[in-house]
Write a protein that binds this ligand. Structure first.
Ligand code: AHR
Length: 327
């Protein structure tokens, strides 16, 4: 048989190739055809709805899923790790294509992550971190909480020339967001002998609790000695602002307010000269998480950590930021 094919053979080869392409395209799943996400079912276990930031993060995630044609099974754990275990087991039973977990606390995840892995389901950790070997999850999409704490402290050190007695309102006990923000903040103030945390209490990232805790602190501490409130999120800062006002003091002047999230309400407080600085935590994490899942399902490599970044915001841009973020 010669190397050259006659016209009839060329037509047969062409026909077989076309048939192959048609058959292959019906076998490739929808997400591999440039129609990313379309048709995937993804389970999302969310922490809860403790803050405005969390509510915005949920809304953005639901909208992003809808836009991509992803069938998102959403579960709100109301700050319970047990509820998150239940949700994840139900996602496994429903044989979802992937899972996204925003963990309430950092520890206690190894067994459930092993169950997810045994079921062959990729899982992305979003926002807060877990203490587990990274082979147990596909990727982590998050900000650098230690950096956020450092940024807040650096601003405060500059603003007070390194001399300040600080009240700390901590986030949820056991969450990586609270722990790492505290680590970063403390690292920086340790460089300034006249900066000290005089009292530190948890407000669980909640506005009402932030207020309640600050009311108590204004009774137990000498308010005239408090130079600043460092709150692990804006909601607790806003609660503290209310408490400071009710105590007859001027938040933003008598007591400086620095926090994290950059939600619309903190910009409003800055416009009213009640708050001084907020470190941004971007709520736009779902896009990168969905991208990671789709990339993985297409057989491509995914980085273990996908960072989201943010800067520090001050009153000079508050009106502009408020208008932009409260649309
Ligand atoms: O994990 C991120 C933190 O959780 C946000 O800073 C806080 O507002 C939320 O509740």
């Amino acid at each position: 048989m010669g190397v050259l094919m006659d016209h009839r053979n060329v037509r047969i080869v062409f026909f077989v190739l076309c048939l192959g392409v048609i058959v292959a395209s019906t076998l490739i799943p929808a997400y591999a055809q440039g129609d990313e996400g379309q048709g995937l079912t993804i389970g999302f276990s969310q922490v809860g709805s403790e803050s405005d930031w969390r509510t915005a993060f949920t809304a953005i995630t639901l909208a992003e899923a809808e836009q991509r044609g992803i069938n998102l099974l959403f579960s709100n754990a109301e700050n319970s790790q047990e509820a998150q275990f239940e949700a994840i087991r139900s996602f496994i039973e429903q044989q979802v294509d992937a899972i996204i977990l925003a963990p309430v606390i950092e520890t206690g995840w190894i067994q459930i992550l092993q169950e997810v892995q045994a079921a062959g389901i990729p899982i992305v950790i979003i926002d807060r971190n877990v203490t587990a070997d990274e082979s147990l999850y596909l990727a982590r999409v998050s900000s650098d909480f230690v950096f956020e704490g450092r940024l807040a402290a650096a601003w405060l050190a500059q603003e007070t020339s390194g001399k300040c007695k600080i009240v700390e309102l901590e986030g949820t006990v056991g969450s990586s967001a609270a722990r790492d923000r505290q680590i970063g903040f403390n690292e920086v103030i340790a460089l300034f002998p006249d900066m000290q945390i005089i009292i530190s209490q948890t407000g669980d990232f909640r506005r009402a609790l932030g207020k309640e805790v600050m009311e108590g602190i204004l009774h137990t501490e000498n308010p005239a000695e408090i130079c600043a409130v460092w709150a692990h999120n804006d909601d607790m800062a806003i609660g503290a602002i209310e408490a400071i006002k009710e105590a007859g003091l001027d938040p933003g002047q008598d007591i400086l307010i620095v926090s994290v999230d950059a939600i619309p309400d903190i910009f409003k407080a800055m416009m009213e000269e009640d708050a001084n600085a907020s470190v941004e935590l971007s709520p736009y994490m779902a896009g990168p998480a969905f991208d990671a899942i789709e990339t993985y399902l297409n057989g491509e490599m995914v980085p273990k950590w996908i960072p989201v970044t943010g800067g520090i915001y001050l009153p000079d841009t508050a009106a502009e930021e408020y208008a932009r973020r409260s649309q």
